[in-house]
Each structure stands twice: as structure tokens, then as C-alpha cells.
Ligand binder design. Structure first.
Ligand code: TYM
Length: 332
């Protein structure tokens, strides 16, 4: 790999990506390939921290892989792989776990939320989830990690773990920086715009999936919760409209002032329709490319097999050094 900064990011294969995943993260992954060495990963091991149907998980993992390619991740430019194919992540995770405090993990808001939501299965994996995430990043000594705002706390923990390791064993890990886009770092639910748009939302109208067809997308935007005024402008307290403006801005490239003037004197109905159409048109090529790619199973397999080989080769060098640093005996 050329001597450029290294980017690492991952996404869980727990269903089709949402517009939140897309605008907040995946969409940025494509242009980053031009400037950086990029390593992207479908994190199936993270997915099993909540109960999964094995048949669906396998299908969702393959679909997520194809979907990332359809979103513009180019396997010639970047390393794209499936987490469970690369054993160094689990190996490093154990070592990092021994350098992470119980108290730190207890403070993670995602753990608190998920353990409330899945109260019947608060398993150890759910608790140590951020350690595996730190291992994903540190196994490649990544410089930058593009994520949405909801992952910021996990990233801060990854930095703390890296720092602690460096203090104990001597400088080794870089401290990875979050890379969070200015617009769309937190796309909100269409039905409750004070909440993050999330795959696990029970109300399907709250979430746009990036493979939704045009009619579905427009219908969901038409039903989006707004407010009782009739003015399209970005202002505190107008959570629903602010969210729609953010979405519209990120798919059209227009800034808020341009959007306000485009819809001045028009009602919310016109605005919602325009947002729906712009999103559907933006996503259309991704849907088409996804259909083409997912029909070619042999090609996908070749891509993820080669991706895993490259990722293993890269991370193995780093993880072997970590083994030596902590005092494990060389195997050969
Ligand atoms: P995950 O699968 O929940 O989400 C993938 C990415 O999408 C972002 N995101 C959002 N951004 C804006 N608005 C939203 N409503 C929204 N919902 C999700 C997330 O911030 C994320 O960037 N733990 C990670 C996966 C992971 C990872 C990693 C990421 C595992 N290892 C290493 C970076 C580096 C997660 O569950 O993302």
C-alpha cells in the first residue's frame, strides 16, 4: 500500500442500511478512497451481540458486502472484507480487553440503551462490544475513522485503550481520530425527529432503507412528522423540518439558505415531495448496481475472499508485534 494515511470503518449487517447509515457514514467512504488507504469491513461479529437468525445473518452479511460495493467501495482501491474472516480482530480484542476497565465499558451509552432494549440477553459480548471495535481499528493502526455521531463515544474509548496500551508496553498504537461529516452526522427518525434513525425502529415509516423503491420512499417522506407551522427554515425546535432539510441538502448539495428560498411561500407538502423525489433519484443507481452485483455470487465471493486475505496479511504484522510486546512466546 502507498504511504498515505489509513482509514478504517465498519458497518453491522443487521438488515439493509438506512438512509442514516448512508448519509452519516457510508456515503463518505467512497470519496475517501481517492486520498487515503481505506479498509472497510462488514462487522458480523458485532451483529451477534444481539440475537440473530443465522440464515438471515448470513444473507444480510452478503447483501451488506454487495451494498457497500454498490455504494462505490472499489475493491481495487480499498480492502473490503467480512470481519469474521479475519481472525486477528478476535485475537487483538482479547488483549485489548485486558487493558480496558469494567467502569469504562459500563459508561457506554450504547451498552446502556441496548441492555435496556434486550433485557433478557445482556450478554458479555454486548458489554465488550467497544473492545472488539477498538481491535478492528487498532489491528490496522488506522489514523482516521469515518462514523456518525452515535459512534463517537466508542471511538474515544478506542483512543483511551490505545493510550493505556502505549503507556504499559511502550508507544505502539496511533490514536485514531473520528472523521464525522458536518452535515448528516445524525439523521433522525421520520416519525420522531428527536430520535436517531435506526434499523431497529419498530415503525417502518420512521426509516428509509436504501433499497426502498421510489414509491415507498415518497410515501414515507409524505408521512414524516414536522410541526404546525408552514415555513421551511432551519431553526431550533423545528426538529422534523431540520432533519428533512439536512437530508435534502446532503442528496442535492444545496445549502440551507438555497433550500429556504426554493421553498419560500410553498407548503410542507411540496417540500416533503421534493425531498422524497431527490432521495429516491439519488439512491436509484445504488439499487440498480446492487441488483447487478448480488446476482453475481461468484464475483462477490472472489472479492470477499481476496479482501480477507489482504486484511489478514496487513493486520497480522501488527498483531504479531502486539503479541511480542505483551510477552507471548514466539510460535516459530
Ligand atoms: P452501525 O452499523 O450501527 O452503523 C454504521 C455507521 O452508520 C452510522 N449511523 C448513522 N449516521 C447518521 N445518522 C444515523 N441515524 C445513523 N445511524 C447509524 C454509524 O455512526 C456508523 O458510522 N459499531 C459500529 C460498527 C463498527 C465500526 C467499527 C465502525 C464496528 N467496528 C470500527 C467504525 C470502526 C456500528 O454499530 O455501526
Amino acid at each position: 500500500m502507498e504511504d498515505k494515511k489509513l482509514i478504517f470503518s465498519g458497518i453491522q449487517p443487521t438488515g439493509t442500511f438506512t438512509l442514516g447509515n448512508y448519509i452519516g457514514a457510508v456515503r463518505n467512504w467512497k470519496p475517501l478512497q481517492e486520498e487515503y488507504n481505506c479498509i472497510y469491513c462488514v462487522v458480523d461479529m458485532h451483529a451477534i451481540t444481539v440475537r440473530q437468525d443465522p440464515v438471515k445473518l448470513r444473507q444480510n452479511t452478503l447483501n451488506s458486502y454487495a451494498l457497500l460495493m454498490a455504494c462505490g467501495i472499489d475493491v481495487e482501491k480499498s480492502i473490503l472484507f467480512i470481519q469474521s474472516h479475519v481472525k486477528t480482530h478476535a485475537e487483538l480484542s482479547w488483549i485489548l480487553g485486558c487493558n480496558t476497565q469494567f467502569g469504562e465499558l459500563s459508561r457506554m451509552t450504547q451498552f446502556k440503551d441496548k441492555s435496556q432494549k434486550h433485557a433478557d440477553d445482556v450478554n458479555a459480548g454486548l458489554f465488550t462490544y467497544p473492545v472488539l471495535m477498538a481491535a478492528d481499528i487498532l489491528a490496522y493502526n488506522a489514523d482516521l475513522v469515518p462514523v456518525g455521531v452515535d459512534q463517537k463515544q466508542h471511538l474515544e474509548l478506542a483512543r483511551n485503550i490505545a493510550q493505556r496500551f502505549n503507556q504499559r508496553y511502550g508507544d505502539f498504537f496511533k490514536l485514531p481520530e473520528p472523521y464525522i461529516s458536518e452535515i448528516g452526522a445524525k439523521v433522525m427518525s421520520l416519525q420522531d425527529p428527536t430520535k436517531k434513525m435506526s434499523k431497529s425502529d419498530e415503525n417502518p415509516n420512521a426509516v428509509i432503507l436504501i433499497l426502498d423503491d421510489k414509491d415507498t420512499i415518497i410515501r414515507k417522506f409524505k408521512r414524516a412528522v414536522t410541526d404546525s407551522e408552514a415555513e421551511v427554515c432551519y431553526r431550533d425546535g423545528k426538529d422534523g423540518i431540520n432533519n428533512l432539510m439536512t437530508i435534502y441538502s446532503s442528496v442535492t448539495g444545496k445549502n440551507f439558505a438555497e433550500i429556504e428560498s426554493e421553498f419560500s411561500g410553498k407548503g410542507y407538502g411540496d417540500f416533503k415531495l421534493a425531498v422524497g423525489e431527490a432521495v429516491a433519484d439519488h439512491l436509484e443507481p445504488i439499487r440498480t448496481e446492487f441488483a447487478r452485483l448480488s446476482a453475481d455470487k461468484a464475483y462477490l465471493k472472489k472479492c470477499y475472499t481476496e479482501g480477507a486475505e489482504k486484511a489478514l496479511r496487513y493486520s497480522q504484522r501488527i498483531v504479531s508485534k502486539v503479541y511480542r510486546k505483551v510477552g507471548f512466546v514466539d510460535r516459530t
